[in-house]
Design a binder for this molecule. Structure first.
Ligand code: CTP
Length: 430
């Protein structure tokens, strides 16, 4: 086993994940342009300095004054405005991040051909920072060979082109091509400020199952046994795996009302037994199974059909029955050949440590006991891991290697875990 990784320091745990940065929000002319307003808000509220650069057609949908008010900065569309400041060169050169949302088929085609006939395309040519396109268009346009080729070209040049969401488009039609939720674009884009190489397309053709959230075990129609899981870490994993090219099934228990990630199939479950059925159904088709869910270890032995009344006497005690250990069941299925031997199984451990042992001691024992390939370890307790946006911990592997997961957003943690998953999946395919 390698030397013990350093526990993240108390100072690191309180440090802001991303210092304030200069972000250019490009807006192309599509109906989803109104959602760029929420995205601008997302960045300004995080303290970033935002310049909005719409195209002329974007201003058909949202007025210049709206973008100026939301960003607190002037808005121009052409290269001949504010000439002494040379904005067509400066904005791109000075930016830490450029996010184009929505990116229309036309805007991407112009970016591919290197046009610089408006301020947005000129900015794209001069930017040397991470550039993210969040496409939004009708499904036919998204699937057209011209757009497919343009997306491939942009990606080959290092531009991040997000997978669009599926769902209701303008009018009555539905399909792939919807702009991802602005908060989701914000989360993914901000991840690039923490780690510029966090979104390689290294999971194309890889099928990933992620479980997330907490299960609820009913006692009567109004009460349940549950836990404090928000689902944020599991959703970050599913979201990022999809953006890295994977086909993702997300088996989701209860969350704090998180939006479904773009490009992910979501199966909603309630109890541990429901979750076990869904995971057992989908796992045989998957290359990686990531159990981030907080599964209740016990359920009330009986669920009462009508509300239990307070009554006047002493309260009854509640008899509990052990729930199935889903993760252990997956490892057993792999051993028995019911799921492919090459599948990669990842467990999570939330530990506090106690007088008998520290967090890592318990985690090493859990890795051994569960028999998974990787174990993501979080120290939990007051203000840590549960219901917060930042996290840190350790990644333990069955080969004995251990590494610290630095303090940062749950997206950053997800990116480190997916690096290890990608390595294991690809080494199993060699
Ligand atoms: N897990 C599971 N089924 C359960 C309980 C947990 O699949 N019934 C999975 C979790 O999704 C997680 C891992 O097992 O990936 C570890 O969960 P944790 O609650 O930390 O472990 P337990 O086995 O419950 O151990 P303990 O509560 O004793 O720490």
């Amino acid at each position: 086993m390698s030397a013990s990784p350093q526990a993240p320091s108390a100072q690191a745990q309180s440090a802001p994940a991303v210092p304030h940065k200069r972000i250019v929000v490009g807006v192309a002319g599509g109906i989803a342009a109104y959602k760029a307003c929420t995205l601008v808000r997302y960045f300004t509220e995080a303290g970033h300095h935002v310049r909005v650069v719409p195209t002329e057609s974007a201003l058909e949908f949202v007025g210049k004054a709206t973008f100026e008010a939301l960003s607190g900065n002037p808005v121009h569309t052409g290269v001949f405005s504010d000439v002494p400041q040379v904005p067509h060169v400066r904005l791109g050169q000075d930016a830490d991040l450029v996010v184009v949302a929505p990116a229309t088929a036309d805007l991407m085609a112009r970016a591919v051909s290197g046009r610089a006939d408006d301020l947005l395309t000129a900015t794209l040519l001069t930017a040397r920072c991470p550039v993210v396109f969040a496409p939004a268009m009708h499904t036919e346009m998204w699937e057209h060979p011209a757009t497919v080729a343009n997306v491939a070209t942009l990606r080959s040049r290092g531009t991040i082109v997000l997978e669009p969401a599926s769902g209701r488009l303008t009018g009555k039609d539905t399909g792939a091509g919807r702009l991802p939720d602005p908060d989701e674009i914000g989360l993914l884009a901000t991840l690039l400020l923490e780690r510029a190489d966090a979104m390689p397309r290294d999971l194309e053709g890889v099928r990933v199952l992620v479980s997330a959230g907490g299960t609820r075990e009913p006692l009567d129609p109004v009460r349940f046994l549950g836990n404090r899981s928000s689902g944020k870490q599991g959703y970050a994993l599913a979201r990022l795996a999809a953006q890295r090219g994977a086909d993702v099934v997300l088996v989701s228990g209860y969350t704090t009302g998180l939006a479904e990630p773009a490009g992910v199939d979501v199966v909603h479950v309630k109890t541990a037994e429901d979750m076990q059925s869904a995971v057992t159904k989908h796992a045989p088709q998957c290359d990686a199974i990531v159990m981030a869910a907080a599964v209740a270890d016990f359920r009330p032995t009986t669920t009462v059909a009508s509300k239990i009344k307070k009554g006047s006497g002493e309260p009854d005690s509640v008899a509990l029955t052990k729930n199935p250990d889903i993760l252990a069941g997956i490892v057993e299925s792999r051993r028995a050949g019911r799921i492919p031997a090459s599948s990669v199984v990842v467990g999570f451990a939330a530990e506090t440590g106690d007088a008998q042992g520290d967090v890592l001691t318990y985690a090493r024992a859990k890795l051994e006991r569960k028999g998974c390939d990787l174990l993501v370890v979080n120290a939990v307790g007051e203000g840590k891991a549960f219901e917060v946006d930042h996290n840190d911990g350790w990644l333990l592997a069955a080969d004995g290697s251990e590494s610290a997961l630095e303090h940062g957003s749950k997206s950053l943690m997800a990116s480190r875990v997916l690096d290890a998953v990608a390595r294991l999946v690809h080494s199993g395919r060699e």
